[in-house]
Design a protein around this ligand. Structure first.
Ligand code: CAA
Length: 240
């Protein structure tokens, strides 16, 4: 029986590439999504990967969604907490609503995704947790006080989970993508995006598959001693 992997935000952008890469490696993949039914249906018809709709910011919905995945496919042994949103604004213009939307999805969403599967991972003495953080959690970013706070928070989450899970055969790691060619980055005003690309020594945006390959390695049996770490994949834009 192949291991079951759940990827949140797994039907679009980086998440879709992760879902596909894990399927290619032989895992049974479930892709969660929040709202875009059309994209999810297209993704399933193109890849054969089942999609499950719930809002990761809602604990009860996450619990119920994960229970459905487990009833359909079996216990979730691999979690990729990828779902994330931006609500960019300079701090003096950022509203409490923009703050809370991003915290709920990007940070509380990680808690809501991992917490329901954690006891099963402990019982079975195996688990893989990968959280998709961001270069902007490492360096901060103009107009992203909310987003950077969540992505820095992800690093605290995996370092803590790593210590708690290590003896139970569970690893928790983060990947920090730089600027990747997804809808999220394409939504940045063109002029700003051009200046961002100019600041990437690689001279280009990353591809979603370049992040997916990091995840595929971290969830593999080969990566069992890598725990609490962060892989940066940013084309040399920033070093920790
Ligand atoms: N550094 C310094 N100054 C900046 C800046 C930056 N990165 N970006 C914008 N500014 C400046 C502008 O030049 C402008 O200055 P002036 O007032 O002197 O002209 C000012 O800040 C912007 O003021 P506005 O009132 O025009 O701002 P706005 O309310 O219209 O907001 C914005 C514009 C939302 C900040 C927009 O510029 C933007 O989206 N910037 C990109 C932010 C960004 O990089 N987000 C990352 C998204 S990708 C992602 O998050 C994925 C990942 O993990 C990497």
């Amino acid at each position: 029986m192949s291991r079951v992997a759940l990827v949140t935000g797994g039907s679009r952008g980086i998440g879709a590439a992760i879902s596909q890469a894990l399927k290619n490696k032989g895992y049974t993949v479930a892709a969660n999504y929040a709202g875009n039914d059309e994209a999810a249906a297209k993704f399933t018809s193109e890849t054969g990967i089942k999609t499950y709709k719930w809002n990761v910011g809602d604990y009860e919905a996450s619990k119920a969604g994960i229970a459905k995945v487990e009833a359909d496919l079996g216990p979730v042994e691999i979690i990729v907490a990828n779902a994330g949103i931006t609500r960019d604004a300079p701090f003096h213009k950022m509203t409490p609503e923009q703050w809370h939307q991003v915290i709920d999805t990007n940070l509380t969403g990680v808690f809501n995704t991992v917490h329901p599967v954690w006891p099963g991972m402990r019982d079975r003495k195996f688990g893989r947790v990968v959280v998709i953080s961001s270069i902007n959690g490492q360096k901060g970013q103009f107009a992203q006080v909310n987003y950077a706070a969540t992505k820095a928070g992800d690093l605290g989450i995996v370092k803590s989970l790593a210590q708690e899970g290590a003896r139970a055969g569970i690893t928790a790691n983060a990947v920090c993508p730089g600027y990747i060619a997804t809808e999220m980055v394409m939504a940045v005003p063109e002029k700003v995006r051009e200046s961002i690309i100019a600041g990437i020594p690689a001279g280009r945006l990353g591809e979603p598959e370049e992040i997916a390959r990091c995840v595929a390695f971290l969830v593999s049996d080969d990566a069992g001693f890598i725990n609490g770490s962060t892989i940066s994949a940013n084309g040399a834009q920033f070093f920790v």
